[in-house]
Design a protein around this ligand. Structure first.
Ligand code: ADP
Ligand code: MG
Length: 287
């Protein structure tokens, strides 16, 4: 391997917005045969917006107030919606994030739960009244969250996130390069499948807890694959680190960028097939 051709390759990559942390990562990129992409913030823009809310005014007030303590993009969407609706937020006495499931809070002695179907199942909240709406939202690729007060179902809120315009083109380029393309998400199966279908991904691993993401990457490596992981979030960092090549989205968190081997500026997914192309060209020059 000539250091010069690697320097030329990493320089060329950098010019287009692909920042390799070292030449060895550029060399290894040509060996990839599987790529795992996080959904929220990687395939989608990561700026979800509320599209539907069903519940009374008090439910909305408790819902939004409870979400004040969360840093999740879903919480931001709910708070923006509540502000728009002129809701006055109330004080929260206790707050707890339940990883991969939702949140709980105590507001003037009432116990508020907000989260997915699994959270409601685990806490024995009957959400039968919302089941049809839930399924309808999920089929549309929306993320729906249920809310309960003192164990009783009180409302449902749906949010939609925009898919990046170039995602379908990037996915098809990756497939043309012979890579298995897999979507990995904490979101539910139906929502994930709906998004995946729109961009041409047919392998989906859904409802993955944050701490399980790295294990899913390892599972694919155990099948003998060289795996790239693409992600933006704090919860993607361990998976980025175990992957053969960790690719951080430049618009993502500092933690993800630190854990990765390469960062794509602006989160442009087309830069991923571009990086593979540059790697192949570099290797050809080496040999
Ligand atoms: P992802 O970022 O891929 O959606 P997470 O593990 O962060 O994965 O979240 C998984 C699911 O948990 C979400 O789809 C949502 O249903 C629920 N959830 C997470 N955070 C919140 C929150 N602040 N409020 C309500 N639900 C939440
Ligand atoms: Mg994400």
């Amino acid at each position: 391997a000539t250091p010069t051709s690697i320097m030329v390759g990493t320089g060329k990559a950098a010019e287009t917005g692909i920042l390799f942390k070292g030449g060895e990562h550029l060399e290894r990129t040509h060996e990839l045969n599987a790529i795992v992409l996080d959904k929220t913030g990687t395939i989608t823009k990561g700026k979800p917006e509320v599209t539907n809310f069903t519940g009374d005014a008090e439910a909305l007030q408790l819902l939004a107030s409870a979400e004040k303590g969360s840093e999740h993009p879903l919480a931001e969407a709910i708070l923006a919606y509540a502000t728009e609706q002129g809701v006055d937020l109330v004080d929260v006495d206790d707050f707890n994030a339940i990883a991969g499931h939702g949140i709980e809070a105590t507001i003037s002695g009432q116990h508020i739960l907000v989260g997915n179907r699994k959270l409601m199942q685990d806490t024995q909240v009957d959400v039968g009244a919302a089941e049809q709406a839930l399924v309808d939202y999920e089929v549309d690729g929306k993320t729906a969250m249920l809310m309960a007060v003192d164990g009783t179902y009180r409302g449902i809120v749906a949010v939609a996130d925009t898919i990046k315009e170039t995602a379908p083109q990037a996915i098809s380029a990756l497939k043309e390069n012979g890579l298995d393309v897999i979507m990995l998400t904490g979101d539910n199966e139906r929502t994930a499948q709906a998004i995946a279908r729109q961009i041409g991904i047919d392998q989906v691993i859904a409802q993955v807890l944050p701490e399980e993401k790295a294990d899913k990457v390892k599972d694919i490596q155990l099948e003998g694959k060289k795996v790239a992981m693409v992600g933006d979030g704090v919860n993607d960092a361990p998976a980025l680190a175990v992957a053969d090549i960790g690719i951080a989205i430049g618009t993502g968190t500092e933690v993800a960028i630190e854990a990765a081997d390469v960062t794509i500026l602006g989160g442009e997914l087309l830069l991923i097939p571009k990086a593979i192309k540059i790697s192949h060209a570099t290797i050809r020059n080496i040999r």
